[in-house]
Design a protein. Structure first.
Length: 412
């Protein structure tokens, strides 16, 4: 969407947040159906970003969840911080008085069976209709099981023949209980969902991790886990940490195979190392955060930088093989290879420029990729024409291994 529309969206979300804050206990989130489905697959919650506190005691989990929510809500960039509560469902608890139960000679299982039969119903027989079987369930009529007082009057028959009510054997009271118990990896957890706006995801979550570790003390056996987009980002960063060195190594091997010289292969690797500077500068100018998408753009930029560097170094070597001095070959190579290198750059730059300037729906993932390549190619053009010939003059020697001179190509 356009920048103005994006700003209007943020203002609309802020206004809706303000309007909903007057409803105590309400939990809300602004999303879309597909986004909800993706969030459920990634985090198990209605959100693409979630913190999970794992432990055994639901009350402790909810208490620590409230502490974490308070800390996270104060961090710049954190928005829509919500605790998905487990408690809030009224439960009718029957706490057995074991002294009274022993006095009347009644078993705990008898009390459980009486409550099950009176309230939920119990199957006592079956009815066969042709090949179909139906359970015959008996339970108390609704007036005798729909209130706390009615359930307290449910009677049991003691071994002595005395009829005893549940009120005499148990303490009947209404308490808040869990209406949802979330589990993951055979462990209970409570989740805190949030969104990050106006700040990069990695820095925001890392600040949250630091502050939570300082301000929230978890009991032994309780742990915190981060899931969703942050977890995916960390996995992608780990892959890139492995892929980037391998990519550079493969590029070096190919360059050495082509030139049969460590000197020229290292010179071109220097060009590859300087090319991402333009990509980083483009991210800084546009206010775009470094992400996995921009990291992939850096890898694509490596290939284009190698291509332009090979065009330049190979041409200069050919000029030297035809008798030019090092300085003359570098100057002529920079001048004569400007047009083919510029054409190579412009094809990719103009092709990705609409994506780099786009603010439509879905552009959040493609825009950093395009910005890095466009900015990197512009800087790579200057590096290839100015710095690469300069570095070539510094490291070149008269005894360098050069290719066999080819046919005339002056002025190409």
């Amino acid at each position: 969407m356009a920048p103005g529309i994006h700003k209007d969206k943020e203002e609309l979300i802020a206004a809706m947040n303000h309007a909903l804050e007057k409803y105590p206990g309400a939990i809300w989130n602004f999303s879309q159906p597909i986004e909800d489905n993706v969030g459920e697959m990634m985090t198990g919650t209605k959100g693409s970003l979630a913190l999970k506190i794992f432990g055994d005691d639901l009350k402790v989990l909810e208490q620590k969840g409230e502490e974490v929510t308070t800390v996270m809500a104060a961090i710049p960039g954190m928005h829509d911080v919500k605790l998905l509560r487990d408690f809030g469902q009224p439960n009718l608890d029957l706490i057995i008085d074991r002294k009274q139960v022993a006095r009347f000679g009644i078993n705990v299982a008898d009390i459980q069976d009486a409550v099950q039969t009176a309230v939920g119903g119990n199957a006592v027989s079956q009815v066969l209709i042709n090949e179909q079987r139906y359970d015959v369930v008996v339970r108390y009529q609704e007036p005798y099981r729909n209130t706390q007082q009615a359930i307290a009057k449910v009677r049991l028959l003691s071994p002595s023949g005395e009829r005893v009510s549940l009120a005499q054997l148990t303490e009947v009271e209404v308490k808040d209980g869990a209406y949802d118990i979330f589990r993951e990896g055979n462990s209970r957890y409570v989740a805190v969902t949030f969104n990050v706006r106006g700040r990069d995801l990695g820095t925001t979550v890392e600040e949250a991790i630091k502050q939570i570790s300082q301000k929230v003390k978890l009991p032994p056996g309780y742990t915190i886990g981060w899931s969703g987009e942050y977890e995916s980002e960390k996995r992608a960063e780990a892959r890139l940490t492995l892929i980037v060195p391998i990519t550079i190594l493969v590029i070096f091997i190919i360059l050495y195979t082509m030139f049969r010289s460590f000197k020229w292969a290292l010179l071109l690797l220097l060009n590859v190392g300087l090319a991402p500077l333009g990509g980083f500068l483009a991210l800084l100018i546009t206010g775009t955060y470094l992400s996995v998408s921009s990291g992939v753009g850096m890898l694509a930029l490596f290939g284009v930088s190698v291509q332009t560097g090979v065009i330049m170094v190979e041409y200069i070597n050919q000029l030297r093989a035809r008798g030019h001095s090092i300085m003359d070959a570098a100057v002529d190579g920079a001048a004569l290879r400007l047009r083919p290198i510029m054409m190579t750059m412009l094809v990719a730059t103009l092709g990705l420029l609409p994506a780099a300037l786009s603010h439509d729906i879905g552009s959040d993932s493609q825009r950093p990729f395009a910005i890095v390549i466009v900015g990197g190619l512009i800087s790579a053009l200057l590096l290839s024409i100015v710095l690469l010939p300069t570095f070539y003059v510094w490291i070149a020697r008269d005894g360098d291994q050069l290719p066999e001179p080819e046919g005339s190509f002056e002025g190409q």
